[in-house]
Write a protein that binds this ligand. Structure first.
Ligand SMILES: [Zn+2]
Length: 86
């Protein structure tokens, strides 16, 4: 009786490989997604905290709504026309 012949094991190998690979690949995707999310969160946080002080006049930088959408600009407008590209 040869239930576990090498042929059967060879036939099952791809399934074993998949069983190992799927969780590994899934885990990697989750890690990469979290990394990307952290990057975006950090960027948003840096914009929020950086958006504090105007380098031209030292005034406060605030979100403003303009003709072409919202942007970060100086609260001393129109005295100071500093704007920050997003
Ligand atoms: Zn300013």
């Amino acid at each position: 009786m040869k239930y576990w012949s090498w042929d059967i094991i060879k036939g099952l190998l791809p399934y074993f490989a998949l069983m190992i690979l799927i969780p590994v690949v899934y885990g990697l995707i989750v890690i990469l997604k979290n990394k990307a999310k952290n990057k975006i969160d950090k960027k948003i946080a840096s914009i929020k905290t950086k958006g504090g002080v105007c380098p031209k006049c030292g005034g406060e930088l605030i979100m403003r709504d303009g003709k072409y959408g919202s942007f970060i600009g100086c609260s001393n407008f129109p005295k100071c026309r500093y704007t920050q590209k997003q």
